[in-house]
Design a protein around this ligand. Sequence first.
Ligand SMILES: [Zn+2]
Ligand SMILES: [Zn+2]
Length: 266
Amino acid sequence: MQDYNYHTHTYRCGHAQDDFTDEDYVLEFIKQGFKRICFTDHMPEKNKIDKRTNMRMDYSQKEEYYQSIKSLQDKYKDKIKIELGFEAEYLPGDEEYLLELKKETNKIILGQHFVLNKGKLRIFRQADFTDKELLKYAEYIETAMKIGIPDIIAHPDIYMLNRNTFGKIETKVANLICKAAEKYQIPLEINLTYPCLYYLHKRGSIVYPCKEFWQIASNYNIKVLYGVDAHFKEQIEYYKESVETANEHLGEEIIQKLHFVNDKLN
Ligand SMILES: [Zn+2]
Ligand SMILES: [Zn+2]
């Protein structure tokens, strides 16, 4: 079982467990046998484009976040390796800022939650995406990789949140993302949010991981890893069960074909 997790949030984003401190996350990961983790809270914006509240820390909180994680790094260095990072979205024009964040941290995971269309932010789960916008999603991911921003692509299959069927355009988007991931050798994450919810409640559907997407991914030479996307203690507590649920959902054949990263990334 993968004993590292490079997708962890903090209360600063405003939608994670608010009584769970950074140190609580570390202690819970240690308790569950993890050997290395990276904090990747939603990145702050320098220029506010995402107007939603409770989505990300304020830019003014960045330094305090760095200090908090760095002090934990030191405090628990004999028990667990702790890294600092962000979950970031790419938007044209943000290249310099994103590379600046990358320079200041250990890892950037790309969680592309939206695209910009004619100056409007189009957010998954909120808007119905046109085929063109869906292709833009794939294009953003590819551009971000080309520039050298992400170390990991988080939930690459998130675009299926807005789709009912996996048709021609969805297939095309999957191939574009996988082709780029193979070319730039950037690992793709199987996100465990929904498998964990499914496990805990035994109801609701697993929106992602999307079986069709990972079937396509399994035909490429891509590194794959699980991401807890931890916002709550329970997600770490039920990690093993979530992996099992995800694997069951994707099926043995796909899981066997995927190239899981069993070692550290870098
Ligand atoms: Zn979040
Ligand atoms: Zn996340």
